[in-house]
Design a protein around this ligand. Structure first.
Ligand code: MN
Length: 436
């Protein structure tokens, strides 16, 4: 599948929704991401919406106008539901058809302006829920910089295990504790055991951490026993969000042998409300390559398409503030800035690998990319890396220090894409606050 630009990506397009034309908006007309929302504090039903500037276009309200017919009207009805799974299951042609219709209707000068103007709600007057029912959640480990940094803490002489360069490493996570931005994370309790302790004790996690990740939503699924070849992998990806996959490092260190992550990882994960579609990200695709010194991917993980444009330059930022910083009016402090473009494995490779044994993906399934870190100290996606396993505290404005997160700390993750020949688009944010 070739992912080619079309008229919806034209950087010169502007919208009759004036706020969508501001240079710094996350949601220009070239973006058009999907969320599920309702008026904040109301008892309205949740339904699908598309972001445009500082407004939400209510797709249930658009459907009710019956401006369209055929598959377009069906897509609007699909998006009127309180979860987007049905629309996501319809496939790439249907997603693209709706994107084109909305792009044309929201353009400056569109004859649809008068009708659609009545379907807008200010973004600051809405609340969100998860955009779809997430059936299964799989967490990958695709940043070689992160894998090396973490491996070095445990195995200084041999940081990277030998399978890393052959397999997109992952594990099955838990979807029930994935929440949409704006919630509180209760500090988990569990068995804690330091390297020098004789036996574990039970208590609140002392090494609570964030993980800066990309979230990937599967659209159309595959049948059980029918692998998705890498050439078709991208047709099954509906879109992306920014994702905080909270981690309890002390619980993890004791429990993870031999079966891997369990209670250290399944107590909370935070998604940003909006799904930025695969199609909106086309201008930010980049060539992917593997160093000549490294093993080249096995055939099922390699394709000309993946080498030509398999990587995605999604810039990822993590920032935090503390209760004291908020009380003093201090802005959040940036802790790391990385890009998914540095990932060792691409989304297409994750999809192909996940299904190569016949495992079936379903509409609304979710992948975490794994913590995305770059190769410099200002590009680290977790506190574990930033503080060298808690050995080197970071300093915050106002004089506080942190090794790991304390109660009242708020973690704010953002993502955006920039390229010289494209309009900048953003993902909004994934924010949550730690409570004791
Ligand atoms: Mn993770």
């Amino acid at each position: 599948m070739k992912l080619e630009r079309n008229e919806t990506h034209d950087p010169s397009l502007s919208s009759w929704v004036e706020s969508a034309n501001a240079a710094n908006t996350d949601f220009p007309i070239q973006n058009l991401p999907f969320a599920v929302f309702r008026r904040r504090g109301s008892d309205e039903g949740f339904r699908g919406g598309v972001a445009i500037g500082d407004q939400v276009l209510d797709l249930a309200a658009v459907a009710a106008l019956e401006l369209y017919d055929g598959t377009l009207q069906q897509s609007l009805l699909d998006c009127s539901q309180p979860a987007l799974n049905l629309f996501m299951s319809r496939g790439a042609e249907r997603w693209s058809e709706l994107r084109l219709a909305l792009s044309r209707a929201l353009r400056a000068g569109s004859p649809r302006q008068a009708a659609l103007h009545a379907c807008l709600l200010p973004m600051d007057a809405v609340e969100y829920r998860l955009p779809c029912r997430i059936g299964d959640y799989t967490d990958f480990y695709t940043s070689i910089h992160h894998a090396t940094n973490v491996g070095r803490l445990f195995r200084p002489d041999n940081p990277l295990l030998p399978n890393y360069k052959w397999i997109p490493i992952g594990y099955h996570g838990r979807s029930s504790s994935i929440e949409v931005s704006g919630h509180e994370v209760r500090r988990p309790c569990g068995q804690l055991k330091g390297p020098d302790d004789d036996s574990p004790r039970f208590g609140p996690c002392q090494r609570l951490d964030y993980e800066l990740e990309v979230g990937i939503y599967i659209g159309e699924g595959n049948g059980l026993g029918e692998p998705i070849p890498i050439e078709r992998a991208e047709r099954h990806v509906f879109g992306y969000c920014v994702f905080n996959d909270w981690s309890a490092r002390d619980i993890q260190a004791w429990e993870y042998v031999p079966l891997g992550p369990f209670l250290a990882k399944n107590f909370a994960s935070t998604v940003s409300p909006w799904i930025v579609t695969q199609e909106a990200l086309i201008p930010f695709r980049r060539p992917w390559s593997r160093d000549a010194d490294d093993p080249q991917p096995l055939e099922y993980l390699d394709s000309a398409q993946n080498r030509a444009q398999g990587a995605l330059d999604i810039r990822l930022e993590v920032a935090m503030d503390t209760r004291a910083m908020r009380d003093q009016g201090q802005p959040p402090q940036r802790l790391g800035l990385s890009s998914f473009v540095d990932s060792y494995w691409t989304t297409a490779q994750m999809v192909a690998h996940h299904t190569v044994n016949g495992c079936n993906l379903q509409p609304g399934d979710f992948f975490g990319s794994g913590t995305q870190s770059g190769d410099s100290d200002d590009a680290l996606g977790s506190l574990l890396e930033l503080t060298r396993g808690g050995k080197q505290p970071i300093e915050l404005p106002g004089g506080e220090t942190r090794r790991f997160l304390e109660d009242g700390d708020r973690v704010i993750m953002r993502a955006w894409c920039e390229a010289e020949d494209a309009r900048r688009i953003g993902f909004g944010s994934a924010e949550a606050t730690v409570s004791g």
